[in-house]
Write a protein that binds this ligand. Structure first.
Ligand code: GLU
Length: 308
């Protein structure tokens, strides 16, 4: 028998949800529910300065308003530092971690190798520091913690975008798993939490597809079975710009004063290709006919009803 599907939505509460976040929450929910599975909610508030509790509570309220119910307790990453430290220790014992003292300016200097997608390849500056050199540098600067990556291609088949591969050494470089201020990096926390939550299906925006090889590598290092990854196209406004939390004109705070949940869900379902017309519909009514085959890889456009 197939193991039960466990999906999840893992927002970072650095602001009110925008329609792109709602689309992600909706598709992850539809997929899980259509397969008779569970839907977990996790608050990714590692950066507590940027993610106040009030925003997280607002997300719970917004999901409730949208009719997207979740199963079980809601973990907050800001409360899970000891768990992440346990997994950091496993990597340390494998001798895969080292302190990195590079400043942000040094990492992004013009001489740093830039990749085609705008990311910077870590040049390995601190990779081979001796213990004595590192101790000396610690006197003036707190280091971030980097994970050594292999010169190896990590491949997976995305549920929407198909085959995807990346050579971690050549296309990413050793990456940070803990910042210099002690805050754990998204890449480590997301892997630990998805695995400990039993998540079998990760649905999220295509802007995160390039993180996936790093996450698969971490799953392997910890001996976890990676979940299935499904990246969804991003929602663009009428000028073709991708929505972001900075475009606060379209967040749910405003939308909830002007639309019903059924209007929001109906318009997004139509934009995503799940329905032919942008008529109001409750999320649960979309469950029986939901299929990933209806979702394309093209960026999606904001439905006209949201033109304000
Ligand atoms: N917390 C991330 C965000 O809100 C999503 C992470 C994920 O789904 O893996 O963009």
């Amino acid at each position: 028998m197939d193991s039960p599907v466990i999906g999840r939505f893992a927002p970072s509460p650095s602001g009110r949800m925008h329609l792109g976040n709602v689309l992600c929450a909706l598709l992850a929910w539809l997929s899980a529910r259509q397969q008779g599975g569970q839907y977990l909610l996790r608050i990714e508030d590692l950066d507590t300065m940027r993610c106040p509790r009030a925003f997280a509570e607002q997300i719970l309220d917004d999901l409730d308003w949208l009719g997207l119910n979740w199963d079980g307790e809601v973990p907050y990453q800001s409360e899970r530092t000891e768990i992440y430290e346990h997994y950091e220790k496993i990597l340390r014992e494998k001798q895969l971690l080292y302190p990195c003292f590079c400043s942000r300016a040094a990492l992004h200097a013009a001489s740093a190798p830039h990749l085609s997608d705008g990311r910077v390849l870590y040049a390995g500056t601190c990779r081979d520091l001796t213990a004595a050199q590192a101790a000396e540098m610690r006197r003036t600067r707190a280091p971030a913690t980097r994970l050594r990556v292999p010169d190896e291609e990590i491949a997976f088949v995305d549920g929407v975008f198909g085959a995807y591969r990346e050579n971690l050494a050549k296309e990413c470089g050793d990456f940070i798993i803990r910042r210099s201020d002690g805050v754990f990096a998204y890449q480590l926390a997301v892997v630990v939490d998805d695995a400990l939550g039993g998540v079998t299906e990760v649905v999220r925006g295509s802007d995160l597809i390039s993180s996936t090889p790093r996450q698969i590598w971490l799953h392997r290092l910890f001996g976890f079975a990676p979940p299935k990854f499904i990246h969804i196209p991003l929602l663009c406004d009428h000028d073709g710009r991708r929505l972001s939390k900075r475009d606060d004109d379209l967040d749910l705070g405003l939308l909830r004063t002007r639309f019903t949940p059924e209007q929001v869900v109906g318009a997004l379902a139509c934009a995503a290709g799940l329905t032919d017309r942008a008529e109001p519909v409750a999320a649960r009514e979309l469950v029986p006919d939901f299929s990933w085959s209806k979702i394309s890889t093209e960026d999606l456009y904001l439905p006209d009803v949201f033109r304000m």
